[in-house]
Design a protein around this ligand. Structure first.
Ligand code: GLY
Length: 539
C-alpha cells in the first residue's frame, strides 16, 4: 500500500512492488516520481528524511538526506549595507542548500531494496520524458509563484517550465520535462555519483553561481547522508518511532503527546472535532511550539541529545500538563519557556510525504521537500528545480522565516549545517508490528497535522480517510493565533473563542498521508483530499 501526494506517484510505487520490489524500492520510486510530477513540492534538487522499518531485522533505520549549507555560507551573506535582506534566503543562489535527495534515495535502495537503483529510477525517466497532465495542486502553486516571481533573468528557466510562452500551466496541461528525463537517465545508469560529480554537478554549481550563490563543486562532492537513531516514544501502549533533530517534528510531537497523557484529560471522552477537544489540542500545541521557537536547532549530537532529554523529561511534561485547562487559555508568555516577539505565519509549503507498507510488514515513512513552492526559483539546464532550504535556518537572530517561525539561535546558518525542519515522518508500532504510518507537508503545519491525524486514528479510532479529511487547527505559539480551517462548524469556532482562543479562519493547509494496519492485517491508506491526492495498492 502506498499513500503519497499524487495518484500517479502512488501508482509508480505500487507497480514497483508488483514487480518484486519491497517497501523501500516503492518509497524511492514514489519519491522520484513525485519530484517529476509535482516539482512545486519536491525533487532531486531538494532533500528529506526517511524512517525505514525492516521487518526481518525488527529494526528502524533513519536516513537524513537534508540539504546542508555550503562551506562559504554564513549570516553575512544575507546582509545588504548591514541590514538583513530576507529575500536572499528565499529566492536565488544563496537560498540553495546542497541537495541530498539523490544520495539519500540511492542509499536507501542500496541498503534495503530488493530491486536495482536503475529499475527504481526508470519509471520517473518515463514520466519526465512522456509527460503527465499538470496536477491540480501544481497548477495552484504555479498561479501563486507566477504572481510573485520577480522579473529577473535568473528565473527565466523556471518561467519556461511553469508558464511556457508566458501562459501559466493550467491543471491538465501536458507537463513534459525532457531535460530532467535525460538527467534522471544519467543518474539511473551511473548512480548517485552522476549527480554529485561531473557534468550534472557542474551544471548545478554554475546555476547557483549565476543565481548569486556560493556553492562549490567540493560542497556537492562532499555531501553525505547522515544515518541517525530514531526518536522513540511510548503512547497508549504503543511505540512511536519518529524523526530526531535536525527535525523538530519528532520531539515536538512526542512533547505534545506527553503533555496530553499527563493532563488528566481523556480526549476520547470529548466529542471528535468539537471545540472542547480542539481547545485542549491547541493548548498542548502552544507549549511545544514555544519550546521549538526558543530551544531547537541543528546541533552537535551531545547538545541534541540533552535538548531532547530536557524537552521530554516526564517531570517537565507533567508541569506543563498542569497548565492545560479545559476551559481557559494561559498568559501567552507562560507557554513552554520564556518569550520572544510575535511574528506572522505564512502559508506556503513545498513539501511532500509518502507512506509505504509492504506484504512482509516493511514500512517507509518519508518526507521530501524543496521547501517553498519551486524552491529557490532556480532550475538547472538539466531540469533540476533547486531548493530554498536555507530559509529554514535562522538567518539573523530573532528574524522569522517564510513560515513566520521564529527559531532558536542554535539554528543560525553556518557552513555544513542542516537547517531545523518540521518534517515529521512517523511510524506507530504494536509490539514489533507496524500499525500506522503518518507524515505530511505544510511547513510547521506538518507537525500539527501529523499530531492531529495520530490522535484521530488512535484516540478516536477514525479510519485514515476520515482522519486525514477532518478539518484541522494549527497554533505555533507565535503569533498568538489559532488558525482553524473553514470547514469547521461555526459553533466550534465560537466554542474555541469562548475558551479564550484567538481564532482566525484560515485556508492554511497541511497535506497529510496515512496508512493504518487493522488488527486483522488489512491495510487502509489515505492521501489528503486538500492536495487532491490518492493512494494506490498492489493489485
Ligand atoms: N522545508 C520544510 C521543513 O523542512 O520543515
Amino acid at each position: 500500500m502506498v499513500a503519497s501526494a499524487n495518484p500517479i506517484a502512488s501508482q509508480v510505487g505500487a507497480t514497483i512492488m508488483a514487480r518484486g520490489g519491497n517497501a523501500v524500492d516503492a518509497a524511492a520510486a514514489t519519491a522520484l516520481a513525485l519530484g517529476v510530477v509535482e516539482p512545486a513540492s519536491s525533487g532531486i534538487g531538494g532533500g528529506g528524511f526517511a524512517l525505514v522499518y525492516v521487518a526481518a531485522e525488527h529494526k528502524v533505520y533513519v536516513y537524513d538526506f537534508r540539504e546542508t549549507a555550503p562551506a562559504a555560507l554564513g549570516p553575512s551573506n544575507f546582509l545588504v549595507d548591514g541590514k538583513l535582506d530576507p529575500m536572499r534566503s528565499r529566492l536565488g543562489g544563496l537560498a540553495v542548500g546542497v541537495p541530498g535527495e539523490v544520495a539519500g534515495l540511492a542509499q536507501l535502495v542500496a541498503r534495503h531494496g530488493a530491486l536495482s537503483w536503475r529499475r527504481d529510477v526508470q519509471p520517473s525517466v518515463a514520466l519526465a520524458r512522456d509527460g503527465v497532465p499538470t496536477p491540480w495542486f501544481v497548477a495552484l502553486a504555479i498561479g501563486k509563484v507566477v504572481a510573485r516571481l520577480p522579473e529577473d533573468p535568473r528565473f527565466t528557466t523556471l518561467r519556461a517550465l511553469i508558464a511556457p510562452g508566458g501562459t501559466p500551466r493550467a491543471a491538465g496541461d501536458e507537463l513534459v520535462r525532457a531535460e530532467l528525463a535525460a538527467t534522471l537517465e544519467a543518474i539511473a545508469m551511473r548512480g548517485p555519483r552522476a549527480f554529485y560529480q561531473g557534468a550534472l554537478a557542474d551544471d548545478l554549481v554554475a546555476t547557483v553561481a549565476a543565481g548569486g550563490g556560493v556553492m562549490t563543486a567540493a560542497d556537492l562532492a562532499g555531501y553525505k547522508v547522515a544515518e541517525r537513531e530514531p526518536l522513540w516514544g511510548e503512547w497508549r501502549g504503543m511505540k512511536l518511532a519518529t524523526m530526531p533533530l535536525p527535525s523538530s517534528g519528532g520531539v515536538v510531537i512526542l512533547e505534545m503527546l506527553g503533555i496530553l497523557d499527563r493532563s488528566g484529560i481523556d480526549l476520547a471522552s470529548l466529542p471528535f472535532g468539537g471545540s472542547a477537544a480542539l481547545h485542549v489540542i491547541a493548548e498542548v500545541m502552544k507549549h511545544a511550539f514555544a519550546d521549538r521557537a526558543r530551544l531547537l536547532g541543528d546541533s552537535d549530537p551531545a547538545t541534541a541529545a540533552s535538548l531532547t532529554t530536557k524537552l521530554l523529561d516526564p517531570a517537565r511534561l507533567a508541569r506543563l500538563a498542569k497548565r492545560v485547562a479545559l476551559d481557559a487559555v494561559q498568559p501567552h508568555d507562560s507557554y513552554g519557556e520564556t518569550g520572544v516577539a510575535p511574528k506572522a505565519v505564512r502559508p506556503d509549503g513545498g513539501t511532500s510525504h509518502l507512506c509505504v507498507i509492504d506484504e512482509a510488514g516493511n514500512a517507509v515513512s518519508l518526507t521530501t521537500t524543496v521547501n517553498g513552492y519551486f524552491g529557490s526559483g532556480l532550475v538547472t539546464r538539466g531540469g533540476v528545480v533547486l531548493n530554498n532550504q536555507i530559509d529554514d535556518f535562522q538567518i539573523a537572530p530573532g528574524a522569522p522565516n517564510m513560515f513566520g517561525l521564529v527559531q532558536s539561535d542554535l539554528n543560525l546558518v553556518a557552513p555544513g549545517k542542516r537547517p531545523l525542519s518540521s518534517m515529521s515522518p512517523t511510524l506507530v508500532f504494536e509490539g514489533d508490528r507496524v500499525v500506522g504510518c503518518v507524515g505530511g507537508a505544510g511547513g510547521p503545519m506538518i507537525i500539527s497535522g501529523t499530531f492531529q491525524v495520530l490522535l484521530d486514528m488512535f484516540v478516536w479510532g477514525q479510519d485514515p480517510r476520515a482522519a486525514v479529511s477532518a478539518p484541522r487547527i494549527h497554533h505555533q505559539w507565535l503569533p498568538d493565533r489559532l488558525a482553524v480551517e473553514p470547514e469547521l462548524a461555526p459553533d466550534v469556532g465560537a466554542g474555541l473563542k469562548a475558551r479564550g482562543q484567538t481564532v482566525e479562519v484560515s485556508d492554511t493547509r497541511s497535506a497529510i498521508q496515512a496508512i493504518r494496519v487493522r488488527p486483522d492485517g488489512v491495510r487502509e491508506a489515505a492521501s489528503d483530499p486538500r492536495h487532491a491526492a490518492a493512494p494506490a495498492a498492489v493489485p
